[in-house]
Design a binder for this molecule. Structure first.
Ligand code: SF4
Length: 113
């Protein structure tokens, strides 16, 4: 629920899924630490998991913290790490339309997320 994960071998997964994994094994302890397993429901608390979910999903209430506007794909560089579909500097059809840029800025400053 909070996005935690753990890699394990198929045999361990099968033992875990069939409730044959010892609760005092290091793997089970790792699973518990990631909120993927719970040995004793009577003693366990969900507060740590809920706190983690609340932190990770806080952006939902706060709105986006980062905006990136790609206003053009035209570029005259050839960076080896480039991950965009770089276009020739004369390819103006790859520029953001002015009306779209205005809408993007209006959206950026909206306060009613
Ligand atoms: S990363 Fe790509 S788009 Fe950015 S400057 Fe380099 S070549 Fe141009």
């Amino acid at each position: 629920m909070a996005g935690d994960w753990l890699l394990m071998g198929m045999e361990d997964l099968q033992r875990f899924a069939s409730h044959e994994l010892a609760t005092d094994s290091s793997l089970f302890v790792d699973l518990e630490a990631r909120h993927l397993a719970m040995a004793e429901t009577g003693r366990s608390s969900l507060s740590a998991l809920l706190s983690q979910i609340r932190s990770r999903k806080s952006y939902i209430l706060g709105g986006p913290a980062l905006h990136i506007f790609v206003v053009s794909l035209r570029c005259h560089h050839t960076c080896s790490y480039c991950q965009v579909s770089r276009q020739e500097t004369t390819a103006t059809t790859f520029d953001m339309a002015g009306s779209h840029a205005e809408q993007a800025v209006e959206r950026l400053y909206r306060v009613d997320w």
